[in-house]
Design a protein around this ligand. Structure first.
Ligand SMILES: *[C@@H]1O[C@H](CO)[C@@H](O)[C@H](O)[C@H]1NC(C)=O
Ligand SMILES: *[C@@H]1O[C@H](CO)[C@@H](O)[C@H](O)[C@H]1NC(C)=O
Ligand SMILES: *[C@@H]1O[C@H](CO)[C@@H](O)[C@H](O)[C@H]1NC(C)=O
Ligand SMILES: *[C@@H]1O[C@H](CO)[C@@H](O)[C@H](O)[C@H]1NC(C)=O
Length: 580
């Protein structure tokens, strides 16, 4: 890409914009097949760079030292396969089906691998990474990372919806749903526990994790309805509502950006938030700010604040105008490998902008609000708040400039792309040379999805349209928002279980599934051997219940008599039981 950088510095600004567009076109033409091959090389067992990986296992990078990334991460693998599944289901590449089936099989097996986070029933689904032979990684690590199960569910749900549309629901019910349900039950039970963030450093709550968990439960509830697995629907939707409410709290109205993590002691400006917008993009939701859609005023304001955080800290950004694209990294306080730009972060900025353009063009208008004004003023210093129809000069001016701004980020990556189109994890903030892990699978996948977004590609809707956040945030499940008064009751039961066995709860009221063993509520094993769940039950009511064990399809009830209590008139209540 040396040719391109010489070109940019040797022509005038006006021709540079034109030259940029055609250079970006030619970069994409050459880089697309390289990125696709780069992804496929890193999927076992036949990928050219993934020797030793089991079929369907995605290696993060072939790099074995400085750094050693020859592992499989649930997050990276799921994001990569989401991109491949979109290519398959859209008809862009029908050859991928076998590989997708391998991925599902590999993840089905990984779910069952006991690991330092637990077994499948005691929190093991939150384990971030595994060895590429599918054994547990037992070294010290930032665990658990609770975005992984949500992202994996989202990827597999995309495939499931295609199979249903193509007359193969039985495969979904028998093979995919059990895997999806384990992940979603984990999310529904554990979303309100702290997690390591996507960079594996901060242990708190994390915007990306909250958002992808919300998405997964919404589309999981919709899938469950489609295939008649109705018992989970209300629980998933209730927790999705809780997540959407919590999601709002990350917005920092004073700073005009989304705070990436609730802990960590940083400014909170972070690529985490841009990745959230692109990975929860739903074109059907327009520019909805509740779900932080790419073209929402909050997400655009956030994008400007995030990008601007990198203008003065990287040598390679010096001399670039304050409204032009620059190299961006994970977060400005980053010190990993001295803190450099990341290819996937740069691609994500471009992708958010392309997604926005797609929606504005489809809707035939764009809105400038007081929240997004600073973002739009980068492109027209006099623009005022208001709605601009696509026929207006303002719409034309803004969208042309934003397309060029977006292309500028692709041009940044183009300029620093390695020899033969290779994309590593980072490029040096002073020299621009590729650094850290070579051939990062996620970098290649990020290239593919950004290029697709530039062409106007949109993934199927996940149901983001028309959602409203509850006015007060709750952390409890099972309750309905209207109707008679309810109280939150936490059921704790001490129960030792064997590998693969789970504890559920059912009882004499609707909220406890009316003695149905099939629909019994799964308890969380986050504090194993204490299993727990909080359920909203009717207030001032005598309630009977029992715990049941489920193992390999077999159900074992607690012995008689039933447990019983009377719920209080208000407040909350905790029951401390032991399995009997
Ligand atoms: C359903 O999809 C699975 C996974 O690709 C495939 O193995 C199976 O043959 C399909 N069944 C039918 C009836 O198409
Ligand atoms: C749990 O949810 C509540 C209510 O939204 C929120 O205040 C709290 O920060 C959350 N904690 C975690 C770790 O998710
Ligand atoms: C602009 O705002 C109006 C009113 O809030 C809304 O109906 C419309 O969908 C918005 N359009 C876009 C593209 O955001
Ligand atoms: C259960 O234990 C909690 C915490 O130790 C306590 O606050 C609560 O009162 C106990 N519940 C009952 C019914 O004894």
């Amino acid at each position: 890409m040396k040719f391109f950088s010489r070109l940019l510095t040797s022509v005038t600004l006006v021709t540079a914009v034109f030259a940029q567009s055609s250079s970006v076109d030619s970069y994409i033409a050459s880089e697309s097949p390289i990125a696709k091959a780069g992804v496929l090389a890193n999927v076992g067992s036949s990928g050219a760079k993934s020797q030793g990986a089991k079929p369907g296992i995605v290696i993060a990078s072939p790099s074995k030292s400085n750094p050693d990334y020859l592992y499989t991460w649930t997050r990276d693998s799921s994001l990569v396969f989401k991109a491949l599944i979109d290519q398959f289901t859209s008809g862009a590449d029908t050859s991928l089906r076998g590989l997708i089936d391998d991925f599902v099989s590999a993840e089905t097996a990984l779910q069952q691998v006991s690991n330092p986070s637990g077994s499948v029933s005691t929190g093991g689904l939150g384990e971030p990474k595994f060895n590429i032979d599918q054994s547990a990684f037992t070294g010290a690590w930032g665990r658990p990372q609770r975005d992984g199960p949500a992202l994996r569910a989202t990827a597999i749900i995309g495939y499931a919806n295609w199979l249903i549309d193509n007359s193969n629901s039985s495969w979904v019910t028998s093979k995919l749903w059990p895997v999806i349900k384990l992940d979603l039950d984990y999310v529904a039970s554990n979303w309100n526990q702290s997690t390591f963030d996507l960079w594996e450093e901060v242990n708190s709550a994390s915007f990306f994790t909250t958002a992808v968990q919300h998405r997964a439960l919404r589309e999981g509830a919709a899938l469950a309805t489609k295939i008649g697995q109705t018992s989970v629907v209300s629980g998933y939707n209730t927790q999705a509502g809780n997540l959407l409410c919590f999601l709002q709290s990350y917005w920092n109205p004073t700073g005009g950006y989304v705070t990436a993590n609730t802990g960590g002691g940083r400014s909170g400006r972070d690529s985490n938030t841009v990745l959230t917008s692109i990975h929860t993009f739903d074109a059907a939701a327009g520019c909805d700010a509740t779900t932080f859609q790419p073209c929402s005023d909050k997400a655009l304001s956030n994008l400007k604040v995030y990008v601007d955080a990198f203008r003065s800290i990287y040598g390679i950004n010096s001399g670039i105008s304050s409204s032009s694209a620059v190299a961006v990294g994970r977060y400005p306080e980053d010190s990993y490998y001295s803190g450099n730009p990341w290819y996937l972060s740069v691609f994500a900025v471009a992708e958010q902008l392309y997604d926005s353009l797609t929606v504005w063009n489809a809707q035939g208008s764009l809105n400038v609000t007081s929240t997004s004004l600073a973002f739009f003023r980068q492109f027209s210093s006099t623009v005022a708040t208001g709605t601009y129809a696509s026929s207006s000069t303002t719409f034309q001016t803004l969208t042309t400039a934003i397309k060029s701004f977006a292309d500028g980020f692709i041009a940044v990556n183009a300029k620093y792309t390695g020899t033969n189109g290779g994309l590593s994890e980072q490029f040096d903030k002073s020299t621009g040379s590729p650094t850290s892990a070579s051939d990062l699978t996620w970098s290649y996948a990020a290239a593919l999805t950004a290029f697709g977004a530039r062409d106007g590609f949109t993934s199927p809707s996940w149901g983001a349209s028309g959602l409203t956040s509850p006015t007060t945030c709750s952390t409890s499940g099972g309750g309905s928002s209207g109707g008679g008064s309810t109280v939150a009751v936490t059921f704790n039961v001490q129960a030792t279980t064997v590998w693969g066995e789970n504890i559920h709860l059912t009882g004499s009221v609707d909220a406890l599934q009316n003695w149905s063993p099939d629909n019994a509520i799964l308890l969380s094993a986050a504090n194993y051997p204490t299993w727990s769940i909080t359920v909203n039950v009717p207030a001032s009511t005598a309630i009977q219940y029992k715990y049941i064990r489920k193992y390999n399809g077999a159900v074992t009830w607690e012995s008689d008599p039933n447990n019983q209590f009377t719920s209080p008139a208000s407040g909350s209540f905790t029951l401390n039981d032991s399995w009997r």
